[in-house]
Design a protein around this ligand. Structure first.
Ligand SMILES: C[S@@+](CC[C@H](N)C(=O)[O-])C[C@H]1O[C@@H](n2cnc3c(N)ncnc32)[C@H](O)[C@@H]1O
Length: 276
């Protein structure tokens, strides 16, 4: 029997609802049509009753098989949106999260107030923070990551989006030359003890992008100490829910003059800002 695009959309929503909750299944179905097949709602309104070519049906079935095993849609698609830009993502990189936009907003705000000329994105992953800041300011932007695989993807994203970013492989600020600018980072901050309770999709993302010792605080604290010692004017970190109080105490202990926490839309601690 000939399957129309409208029928395919219904069948896809049903297939996704077998392993996703109904709201998620509906949202993903819309995204798969728009992002995966490039078919907008307005295109569907005009062409929905047309027959679906065999290769499109096969493609969608292959996506469903991968998604059913828990693979995130962004890895299947190969890209993800961040601040209205398209970033390549691979299993070597974390998938961008919407909360990280708050970190970029805070960095823009603090950097402009302090009139900084340079900044560094530590743990750049797919490069979303470094590339966004390079495209939205006149700052000299550099970035570091331990993972060569992530740095390859970040450099590809910078090139594709026309951003000038200097990438360095190494730990935290070790590979970054002086003088030090604004330090911005979304480092791993998940407590390893929380692993059994996490969504199964997270198992597809690199462990080295998610977990940090000392209840998720170790890398954030190490960067706060290093950034202060390297005379950065400010350090902005994405942090985990409930980590704000302890990290403020550790930041002040490391010699920062001020430490503040901003909450995300759900009211969770999300951004730590420290000033020299
Ligand atoms: C949570 S991911 C964030 C990626 C990206 N900044 C984002 O917001 O989507 C953390 C990144 O930090 C990197 N990383 C982990 N330990 C690091 C270290 N000691 N020095 C530099 N990068 C590190 C990981 O490889 C990973 O790419």
């Amino acid at each position: 029997m000939v399957q129309t695009y409208l029928q395919l959309r219904l069948d896809l929503a049903t297939a996704l609802a077998v392993f996703l909750d109904p709201e998620e299944a509906h949202a993903e179905c819309v995204r798969w049509f728009e992002e995966g097949l490039g078919l907008s709602r307005s295109w569907m309104a005009v062409h929905g009753a047309e027959p679906v070519p065999g290769e499109v049906r096969l493609q969608v079935s292959a996506w469903v098989r991968r998604r059913r095993k828990g693979e995130p849609w962004a890895y299947i698609l190969g890209w993800s949106q961040f601040r209205d830009r398209r970033f390549k993502v691979t299993p070597a990189t974390l998938i961008p999260r919407p909360e990280t936009e708050l970190l970029v907003e805070a960095a823009l705000d603090v950097g402009r107030r302090l009139k900084v000329e340079r900044c560094v994105d530590v743990g750049t992953g797919s490069g979303i923070i470094a590339v966004s800041l390079a495209l939205e300011t006149a700052w000299q932007v550099s970035a570091s990551d331990l993972s060569p695989g992530a740095l390859t993807v970040a450099a590809q994203n910078a090139k594709a989006l026309g951003a000038l970013v200097r990438f360095h492989q190494g730990s935290l600020l070790d590979p970054i030359p002086n003088p030090m600018g604004l330090v911005v980072a979304n480092l791993p901050y998940v407590d390893p003890a929380d692993e059994p309770a996490l969504q199964r999709e997270l198992a597809f993302e690199p462990r080295s992008a998610l977990f940090a010792p000392d209840r998720g605080l170790a890398l954030s604290e190490a960067l706060l100490i290093q950034a202060r010692a390297r005379r950065a004017p400010a350090c902005l970190l994405e942090i985990g829910a409930g980590q704000g109080g302890e990290l403020c105490r550790r930041a002040l202990g490391a010699g920062w003059a001020k430490a503040m926490v901003h909450q995300d839309f759900a009211g969770h601690d999300r951004i730590l800002v420290t000033l020299a």
